[in-house]
Design a protein around this ligand. Structure first.
Ligand SMILES: NC(=O)c1ccc[n+]([C@@H]2O[C@H](COP(=O)([O-])OP(=O)(O)OC[C@H]3O[C@@H](n4cnc5c(N)ncnc54)[C@H](O)[C@@H]3O)[C@@H](O)[C@H]2O)c1
Length: 451
């Protein structure tokens, strides 16, 4: 599905008209293509504070074939190559005064950032200090990065990763994700890493090779995109959907060389049937993506019990029941399993007419956070992905005005694509993402709703 306004705004006549009238000009985003370099140009790394991660970042970029420029002079006089990424290592800041160095580095560097560029800030977590001044400086970076995201043009993004002492090994996977085209629609996000055993030597092209991945709701929309991206990245996908969607489910499974498994995830015997299928056919499971979801919108005062109950059953209770059954099935869920639960921006911001849906999607976030320590204990992870406005058949059916407003009120001025959600889920499913656990990643182009 194309974005008519973005295509118009980037056409010859459209560029003139949008400039003249000061209209938004949504960029064509840089999206991941296998075989492409991590970044389309060099990166620049600056520090504010001790620079604990600077050497590791430089090595990581050089290993990925990315040239590292020296920081631009504060007066902008350096007329060398323009960076495709600006990285600030702000670890070690102990008070607000040191943030002046962040400003001194970022202002000229961001000015020179290329289109579809990346700003990535790394810092110590505010929660890991007793000092109010230190916590203030660390938390200040949160406001800084979210504001940079709102100022950037041309499809560029800004994100922040908090890296506790001891979690340095967890850094590579999120840094690669945020710099790459996989994170095209992930903007203004703040993640906190944890220390984990991260396997070495992951293959960048097929990071999911040899993994068995279950994807629910895979017959269409975002679920079908997740199945395709997982298969592209090397996984064998068990595509799950209701029997009524059997034909399109089979088409998706055939296309990607996966397995179709017809299952209503709310049926009383669904967890047991899934466990039996995975044990008999695959001997175990490495990745579980709880994507199936439904909406039954009505204002609370008009909402009947059927609408409330069906949304809770599909969106929340089934995720709980299936995850519990997989954990309880001896040896079925691999020790380094990855579980990714699809939440929604509605679960963070709330939405008129969606009390049932927003409650179910907020519930997912509570569930993920509560389960995260137990998952970490076995070398596994569980995370939530919260999509914002994603261009699907569902959103295409919205009235024109609602759809246009809904898709533009974000920093990237456009709706995301199913593949953007899929790339984020596939990244969280990688063995190398062991240090990303209990997190909520919004794929929303930095939506102004609930921001
Ligand atoms: N499209 C968006 O803008 C958007 C935004 C935020 C969150 N989400 C979430 O992303 C997920 C996918 O959304 P989508 O837009 O692709 O929806 P969709 O309606 O196109 O696809 C959902 C799929 O889930 C399946 N499903 C429904 N009930 C099921 C059940 N009981 N058992 C098994 N399968 C079942 C459906 O048959 C369908 O194939 C959902 O969880 C949704 O809440 C979507």
């Amino acid at each position: 599905m194309s974005d008519w306004y973005r295509d118009f705004a980037n056409s010859g006549v459209g560029t003139t008209i949008t400039r003249q009238f000061g209209l938004p000009r949504p960029a064509v985003l840089r999206r991941y293509e296998p075989g492409e370099p991590l970044l389309p140009g060099p990166a620049v790394i600056g520090t504010a504070g001790g620079g604990r991660l600077r050497d590791a970042l430089t090595r990581l970029l050089r290993d990925a074939g990315v040239p590292v420029l020296s920081p631009v002079a504060a007066d902008g006089s350096d007329d060398g190559e323009r960076p495709a990424a600006v990285l600030l290592d702000a670890t070690g800041v102990t008070g607000p005064g040191q943030l002046a160095a962040a400003h001194d580095f970022l202002a000229p560097a961001v000015k020179r950032l290329r289109a579809s560029g990346r700003v990535l800030i790394l810092a110590d977590p505010p929660s890991a200090t007793d000092s109010p001044a230190t916590a203030a400086a660390r938390q200040a970076l949160d406001g800084l990065v979210r504001s940079i995201g709102k100022e950037l043009l041309n499809g560029s993004t800004a994100n922040l990763v908090y890296v506790p002492d001891g979690a340095e090994a967890s850094l590579a996977s999120p840094v690669r994700f945020f710099l790459s085209g996989r994170s095209a629609y992930v903007d203004g996000q703040v993640l906190t890493l944890s220390a984990a055993d991260v396997p070495a030597g992951e293959d960048d092209e097929t990071p999911l090779a040899g993994r068995v991945a279950v994807v629910t709701g895979a017959a269409r929309g975002i679920g079908a995109a997740i199945a395709r991206v997982m298969a592209r990245d090397g996984a064998h996908v068990v595509a799950v959907d209701v029997p009524a969607a059997g034909e399109s489910l089979a088409a998706v499974a055939n296309e990607i060389g996966g397995t179709a498994f017809q299952l209503d995830i709310t049926a009383a015997d669904a967890p047991a049937r899934l466990v039996a299928h995975l044990r008999e056919r695959h001997g175990g499971v490495d990745v579980v993506v709880h994507n199936a979801g439904i909406t039954r919108d009505k204002l609370l005062v008009n909402m009947d019990a059927a609408r409330w109950n069906s949304v809770m059953a599909v969106n929340l209770q089934a995720q709980l029941d299936i995850t519990e059954a997989l954990l309880a099935a001896d040896g079925l869920l691999r020790p380094d399993a990855r579980v990714v639960c699809v939440s929604s921006q509605s679960g963070i911001a709330g939405n008129r007419g969606q009390t049932n849906y927003a409650a179910s999607k907020a519930g997912i976030i509570g569930m993920v956070r509560a389960w995260a320590p137990a998952f970490a204990g076995r070398g596994a992870t569980i995370n939530a992905v919260a999509p914002g406005f994603i261009v699907t058949e569902m959103t295409a059916r919205m009235p024109f005005g609602t759809r246009e407003v809904g898709s533009r009120i974000n920093s990237l001025q456009q709706g995301g694509l199913p593949v953007d959600v899929a790339e984020t889920i596939a990244w969280l499913s990688q063995p190398g993402s062991a240090g990303v656990n209990g997190q909520v990643v919004r794929v929303c182009g930095q939506s102004m709703l609930g921001a």
